[in-house]
Design a protein around this ligand. Structure first.
Ligand code: KG4
Ligand code: ZN
Length: 345
């Protein structure tokens, strides 16, 4: 069984061929990210225009890299939300057109479930990744540029929402602090991480102690806007600050809060597996500390599957074959899809 999956929810245009044995045969990602370094954020219309340009070549490359042609495809899968409406439309329209051409059903996929299933890959473009997959119940922390959610999956269809951010997403906080520090105008997470490592290598202790918001609250919610403001106040009140030290202290605070809440949920719900997924799961401090905390039960995506890609959408879709349809009027973008209402019902 072969699935051709498309992901166009933000500034990536991605196509992938996967099979129903958790194997990604090809995963092509084209990004317009560099266009937004000067604007300091995605300009939705520009992103969508680029996606119209990229979508067909990306599909062609994904098919040829997997050494298959359109007639070999059994199912189509596409991200229907959450995301930017114009961007989602590009992927959804392309998928509907393909469905008409090859007369195959479409599986609509929630982008956040895509991230969750990014740890369910056994083989990636010819490289063996893992034999054992996460088991259910699975506790999953989704940390990306737009989302911070903690969910318990009893199985792929029964998802209990435990908590999420009340304001900024964690990736957004990384990006805003990177901007404050003059490190990057857009997608500054990796830059913060790099600077924090530089400070760590100096073997110095920091006296900066940023707040750990909602750490003691009796729930699984997060808040990052106060932390971001605390960084701003520190920068305003300190004439001679050390950028790498601030990056280090900020990263420490974020990682501590995330892992504290994740461990609390783990001890309460005693899941069989635990995972951290999404763009921010590429953060090395978060990965190292999480591995110390959970060891064998922890699943982390390989770095190339942390960011947005169609491979994870294809793998997720194979857990939802029963939602496939050839009724194209039922496949529509939904920018506000969430993990609270994961299936748009
Ligand atoms: O999942 P993703 O690629 O896109 C969304 O669906 O939002 O996540 C992108 C986010 C950005 O905020 C980026 O700065 C952050 O992930 N990010 C990181 C790292 N790599 C990417 N944050 C912290 N440390 C990193 N190494
Ligand atoms: Zn994402």
């Amino acid at each position: 069984m072969l699935v051709l999956a498309l992901e166009t929810s933000c500034d990536e245009t991605s196509a992938s061929v996967v099979n129903d044995k958790n194997v990604i045969l090809s995963n092509i990602v084209s990004s317009s990210q560099e266009l937004f370094e000067s604007t300091g954020g995605v300009v939705p219309e520009v992103a969508a225009r680029k996606q119209v340009e990229y979508v067909l070549p990306v599909i062609d490359t994904a098919l040829s890299k997997a050494r298959v042609s359109l007639k070999d495809i059994n199912y189509l899968a596409v991200t229907v939300g959450p995301g930017l409406i114009g961007s989602l439309f590009v992927g959804v329209s392309a998928t509907k057109t393909l469905s008409l051409i090859i007369n195959k059903p479409i599986i609509p996929v929630n982008h956040l479930l895509g991230h969750i299933f990014s740890v369910f890959v056994k083989e990636y473009q010819g490289t063996f990744l893992q034999k054992t997959l996460p088991e259910f119940p699975l506790l999953s922390l989704v940390v990306s540029g737009g989302h911070t959610d903690l969910v318990l999956l009893k199985n792929p269809k029964e998802i209990i929402y435990l908590g999420g951010t009340r304001d900024d997403a964690v990736g957004e906080a990384f990006d805003k602090v990177a901007r404050m520090l003059g490190l990057s105008k857009y997608l500054g997470g990796p830059k913060i991480s790099q600077k924090a490592k530089e400070f760590e290598l100096q073997n110095k202790k920091t006296k900066i102690n940023f707040p750990r918001p909602l750490m003691d609250s009796d729930n699984y919610d997060f808040s990052f806007s106060g932390l971001k403001t605390a960084v701003l106040r520190y920068l305003e009140s300190t004439s001679n600050f050390n950028i790498s030290e601030v990056a280090y202290a900020f990263e420490e605070a974020v990682v501590e809060v995330l892992l504290y809440k994740l461990k609390k949920a783990y001890d309460t719900f005693k899941p069989k597996s635990v995972s951290i997924v999404g763009g921010v799961s590429a953060n090395s401090k978060l990965r190292e500390k999480a591995l110390d905390l959970f060891e064998h039960n922890l699943f982390l995506p390989p770095l190339y599957l942390c960011g947005d890609n169609a491979g994870m959408i294809g793998i997720a879709s194979s857990y939802y074959f029963n939602t496939s349809t050839t009724n194209l009027s039922k496949i529509n973008p939904n920018p506000s899809l969430s993990l609270q209402k994961p299936f748009d019902k």
